[in-house]
Design a protein around this ligand. Structure first.
Ligand code: OAD
Length: 240
C-alpha cells in the first residue's frame, strides 16, 4: 500500500516567519499598496511600469528570505506521507525547502511569461531579476510577471481540486480564506477526511464540519500537526 495522501493548502502566513509580509494583516502589503493598481488586469493595462516595479521589489525581498521551520517541517512529512502542496504564494520557499510537489495557484515571482502566449514561461536568472514593460523573452516576445492578477482566471484550480478530492488528510496553513477560488478548495474534501487549519488568527470555518484548528504561527503549528499525526520531525535532517 502507498503512503497516505496529505494535501496542504498554504497562504501568505506560512512565509511570514521568513520575513515576507502577508497581504491582509495589519501593515500587510495591501495596506501599503493599492491592490487594484499593482495586482489586477486593469492595473496592468493602465500602468504596466508600476506593476513591473512592484514585482521587482518583491523579488529583491524574496532572494534575501529563507525557508522557515514550517516549510521545512512539510518536507519532513514526506517520509510518512505523499505530500502535495497547493500554494497561493508566489514565493519559491516551498521549493527551496525541498518540497517535491508544489502547485502554485497565483503564479510564481521568479518567473515571467509571454504576453502573447501564456504557455511560454521563463525563469529569471538570479542576476537579472528586474523587468520592465520592454522586457523580451528569449523567443522575442514581450513578457510580464508570471502572476495571476485579480480579474484573471486561475488555470491551476482544476488540478488543485483533483488533489483535494484525493486527499486522505487535508491541511490549511496561514491563509485568510477570502480569495476565491482558492478559499473554496476545502469544499472538495471528501466526507470523513480530517482537516487541520493552522493560523494564529484563523478565519471562520463555519459550515465546514470537523475542522481541527491549531491556533499557532506556522512554525509551531506544523510541529504540532506532526505530533498529532504521530510523526517525529527530525530537525537534523532539515535541508537549507
Ligand atoms: P492574507 O494576507 O489574506 O492572510 C494571511 C493569513 O496568514 C491570515 O489568516 C493571518 O492570520 C495568517 N498569518 C499571519 N502570520 C502568520 C504566521 N506567522 N503563521 C501562520 N499564519 C500566519 O494572505 P492569503 O490568504 O495568502 O493573491 O491571501 C490570498 C491571496 O490574496 C494572495 O495569494 C494574493 C492576495 O491578493 C494575489 O496577489 C493574486
Amino acid at each position: 500500500m502507498g503512503k497516505p495522501k496529505l494535501v496542504i493548502s498554504t497562504g501568505a502566513g506560512i512565509s511570514a516567519e521568513s520575513g515576507i509580509k502577508t497581504f491582509r494583516d495589519s501593515d500587510g502589503l495591501w495596506e501599503n499598496y493599492p491592490v487594484m493598481e499593482v495586482a489586477s488586469a486593469d492595473g496592468f493595462r493602465k500602468n504596466p511600469e508600476l506593476i513591473h516595479r512592484f514585482y521587482n521589489e518583491r523579488r529583491k525581498q524574496l532572494i534575501e528570505a529563507k525557508p522557515n521551520p514550517a516549510h521545512m517541517g512539510l518536507v519532513e512529512l514526506e517520509k510518512d506521507y505523499d505530500v502535495y502542496i497547493i500554494t497561493q504564494n508566489v514565493d519559491d520557499l516551498h521549493e527551496r525547502a525541498g518540497s517535491e510537489h508544489v502547485l502554485h495557484l497565483h503564479g510564481e515571482l521568479m518567473k515571467i511569461r509571454s504576453i502573447r502566449n501564456p504557455e511560454y514561461v521563463e525563469t529569471l536568472d538570479k542576476d537579472h531579476l528586474e523587468t520592465t514593460p520592454a522586457t523580451r523573452g528569449k523567443n522575442g516576445d514581450l513578457m510580464r510577471p508570471h502572476i495571476v492578477f485579480f480579474q484573471e482566471a486561475v488555470p491551476n484550480i482544476e488540478p488543485a481540486i483533483e488533489l483535494v478530492r484525493e486527499a486522505d488528510i487535508f491541511v490549511v496553513i496561514g491563509t485568510s480564506l477570502v480569495v476565491y477560488p482558492a478559499a473554496g478548495l476545502i469544499q472538495f474534501v471528501r466526507p470523513g477526511v480530517p482537516i487541520y487549519y493552522i493560523d494564529p488568527n484563523p478565519a471562520s470555518t463555519a459550515g465546514i464540519p470537523g475542522v481541527h484548528v491549531i491556533k499557532e504561527k506556522a512554525g509551531k503549528g506544523v510541529a504540532e500537526l506532526a505530533k498529532i499525526l504521530g510523526h517525529k520531525i527530525n530537525f537534523r535532517n532539515w535541508k537549507k
